[in-house]
Design a protein around this ligand. Structure first.
Ligand SMILES: C=C(OP(=O)(O)O)C(=O)O
Ligand SMILES: [Mg+2]
Length: 401
């Protein structure tokens, strides 16, 4: 192992055209790692704090960089991440910013891999990592906080569960995305694209279900393997906590009705995956839904768990969900993200490694998914910052055989 000798931080563009933090980490023996923080739009209340990038960089330069340079070995990820926590001193990275923290954490991991001459997934996963590859969940229709005047449900996700390989799965999702474009065209529905490259048509949710079901079935027939679909409801964004109702435009649902509605959707469309079906504070409702349909679909907590072991432990104790979304920038370091995967796996929860709606060309999450043996990765279907991860997954699968 070699000591970190330099940490450089800069502002770069993310896919929304907003600034984000990029980190370069150099080591004594010439190891190099570069990584950039993603950024959410439908962020959970309990996420680690993203600061304005200029502020995050200034604070990290002052407090985190001196604790790393000539102090910590690249490759000792726990030590890197402990130094970031010590430099910050809060429990939500509100001092140096989770955006600076995660960029440094991921860049150090890459520098550590570079020193070893190993791919990042191998460095993070170790010699005895599993040899499974994640099924990619690809966003093909979206609205919510990711596109105006589109569906209330934030994401309709193609899930090629029967694909024989990562490569086939990745191409199937792109084909479903194209097929959705065709179906919309046939219906005379014009559609732009949302933040993650998904179609964002001005149709109601019930029509979106028809469109996605039709597209998925066409591609499944063509490919000859099973393709299902799933949702990220991002229900916190629909929930009016004062009136205690979920609002889908003029339509309202009480929390009990929301549970029933979600359960009906699971059965009507044979959904493979439902993320954040209830408000981020509703463990009991999520547990209720998990009890009803958790034997036949994944009920995944994103805003509910925010990659946080304490929130996940509450979910485990209450029987809320059977899956957790893992977003390293929600918690600030790779070590914390690994801890969440480990706790989830121990309790039979499936980990879904995820991008954010604001992304860069950084591919760390593809390596993280393989390193942790995660059964799923959610990283879009098309758009350059999404295909960067998907193409890396294809390369890893080729490399790892
Ligand atoms: C990827 C998501 O969106 P965001 O990054 O805006 O939270 C999500 O909610 O799962
Ligand atoms: Mg989500």
């Amino acid at each position: 192992m070699t000591l970190i000798t330099s940490v450089r931080l800069r502002r770069v563009l993310d896919s929304r055209g907003n600034p984000t933090v990029e980190a370069d980490v150099l080591t004594e023996s010439g190891g190099f790692g570069r990584a950039a923080a993603p950024s959410g739009a439908s962020t959970g209340e309990y996420e680690a704090i993203e600061l304005p990038p200029g502020e995050a960089i200034a604070n990290a330069r002052k407090r985190a960089v001196p604790r790393l340079v000539d102090e910590v070995y690249a490759g000792d990820q726990r030590a890197v991440d402990a130094a970031l926590h010590a430099a910050d001193g809060t429990d939500d990275f509100s001092d140096i910013g989770a955006n600076s923290a995660v960029a440094i954490s991921m860049a150090a991991a890459k520098a550590g891999a570079d020193v070893l001459g190993a791919p990042l997934y191998q460095h993070l996963g170790g010699a005895f990592r599993g040899d499974n590859f994640p099924v990619p969940l690809g966003n093909v229709v979206g609205g919510g906080e990711h596109a105006k005047e589109a569906t209330y449900i934030q994401e309709f996700l193609s899930a090629p569960v029967g694909a024989p390989s990562v490569e086939e799965a990745v191409f199937a999702n792109a084909q479903v995305h194209a097929a959705v474009g065709d179906v919309l065209d046939e219906r005379g529905v014009p559609a732009a694209k949302g933040d993650e490259g998904a179609w964002a048509p001005a149709i109601d949710d019930s029509e979106a279900f028809e469109v996605v079901e039709e597209a998925v079935s066409r591609v499944a027939d063509d490919r000859g393997f099973d393709i299902k679909f799933g949702l990220d409801v991002a229900a916190t964004e629909l929930y009016d906590a004062d009136d205690e109702v979920y609002r889908y435009g003029d339509e309202e649902r009480t929390p009990e009705e929301q549970v029933e509605y979600m359960a009906e959707l699971v059965d009507e469309y044979d959904l493979a995956y439902v993320e954040d079906p209830l408000d981020e504070n509703d463990y009991a409702g999520t547990a209720d839904l998990t009890e009803k349909v958790g034997d036949r679909t994944l009920i995944c907590g994103d805003d509910l768990f925010v990659t946080n072991v304490e929130r996940l432990q509450t979910g485990i104790d209450e029987g809320a969900g059977n899956s957790i979304l893992i977003k390293p920038n929600q918690i600030g370091t790779l070590s914390d993200a690994f801890d969440a995967v480990e706790l989830a796996t121990k309790h039979g929860y499936d980990a879904v490694i995820s991008h954010r709606s604001g992304e860069t060309e950084d591919t760390t999450i593809a390596h993280l998914a393989v390193a942790t043996d995660a059964p799923f990765i959610k990283t879009g279907a098309v758009a350059g910052e999404r295909t960067a991860k998907l193409n890396e997954l294809i390369r890893i699968a080729e490399d790892a055989v």
